[in-house]
Design a protein. Sequence first.
Length: 451
Amino acid sequence: MTSNPVAETVASLMPRAKEELAELVAFPSVADFDQFPRSESEGAARWVADALRAEGFEDVALLDTPDGTQSVYGYLPGPAGAKTVLLYAHYDVQPPLDEAGWTTPPFELTERDGRWYGRGAADCKGGVIMHLLALRALKANGGVPVHVKVIAEGSEEMGTGGLERYAEEHPELLAADTIVIGDAGNFRVGLPTVTSTLRGMTLVRVRVDALEGNLHSGQFGGAAPDALAALIRVLDSLRAEDGSTTVDGLTSEARWEGLQYAEEQFRQDAKVLDGVGLIGSGTVADRIWARPAVTVLGIDCPPVVGATPSVQASARALISLRVPPGVDAAEATKLLQAHVEAHTPWGARVSTEQIGQGQAFRADTSSPAYQAMADAMAVAYPGQEMQYAGQGGSIPLCNTLAALYPRAEILLIGLSEPEAQIHAVNESVSPQELERLSVAEAEFLRNYAAS
C-alpha cells in the first residue's frame, strides 16, 4: 500500500482493531432466540453503541425493531452544509453450525496462517470495525468531512425484516445522500470490488401430512402413504436433471454480462470434491448472480441414529429461493408455494408458510459516488482497477433504502471474499483486506465530500 497519512493511521490502529473484533466476535449474537440467548445479541448491541459513543457519535440509540431484535443507530455531525453518508453493517451472525468442524472455537477470534478466524469476523462484525477504522483515520487527519450516520442491524442473517419495517415507520432516521453497505466483499483477496447486484430471497417452510400417526413399516409399508417420501419427491421436483432450479413459472435463462467467474476457480473457492460436477447451466456468473437458485436448508425427519421401522406420518422442510434482479420476491414466493402444492404426490396434505423475504437489488453504477469509490480503491489497492461483481446473497435492507431514498446512491463493499467462508465453519477475515478497505472507505468519504 502506498504511504499516505490515512493509510499510516489505519496501519497503526490494526492491533486495536484486532482486540475490538475479538471482543465483538465473543458474543454469540445469533438472532434465533429459540437456540441462542437474547442476552448475547443485546450485549453485542451495547458494545456497538458504546463504541459509537466513544467516537463522539450523538443520538446513539438501541432501536427495538418489530421482529424483536435491536439495531444500533448513531449520528456524527460533520461540517455545516456537508453531505450525509449512512454506513451500514450488522452485528448478528449465522449459527456456528457444527462446532466440532471448527479448528478453533467459533466465538474466539484466533489468528492462523495470516487470517483471523471466528464467526462474524467477516460477516459482518468486521464491517463494524471497518467503519470505525475509517472514521478514526479521518479524525486523526483533518476530521470527518461529511455527516455520518451508522446503523448496525441485529437480525440481517435471519431475514425477518425488523430494520426494514422500522425504517419504513421512521423514514427520516436513515435519510442520506449516499449509503455504504459494508456487508459485501471483494471478488477475491486483493482485487477491489463493489457489488452492483444482489439476489433477493424468500424462505418457505413446507409441511406434508399423510397419516394420523406413524405406522409399522412391515405391517403397512408399501400401501400407506409416506409423508417423508412425498416431501422428498416435492424437493426433487425443484431441480432439473442438471441441477438447475425449476420452479414452475420462474424464468431461469438470464445472463451475467460483467466480471466472469472461471469454473476451476469456483470449484476451488467452493471446495467441490474431486469428480463431483457443478450444477446448472450457463456460466458460473449466470448461475450465482443472474438466475434463481433453490436450496433445501433443513428437513425435519428421524435421524439415522435411533430411527425406528416406521412409515412417517408427517415431514417438514425449510426451502430458500434466491431470486435475481428483475424478479419480484413476493411473486417468486407465490410461484414456489404453488409449485410445492402442485408437485405433492398421492393427495398428501401440504401447507406452506413464508417466514422471510427480501427483494433483489441493482445499483446505479454511473453515479458520482461510484467514481469517488473507484478513486479511493485506487489509493488503497495500488495498481488495481475497481471491479463490478454480483453477489448471490441477499441484503433485504438495500431495496427498502432505495425505495425510501430514491436519490441516494448505494454502494456495497465489505470483507466477505471467497476465502472468508462466511456462513460455513472456520469463517475468517483477512486483516490485510480489513486494513485496505478501511483506507478505501476513508478516502471515499474525502472524495465524496469534495465531489
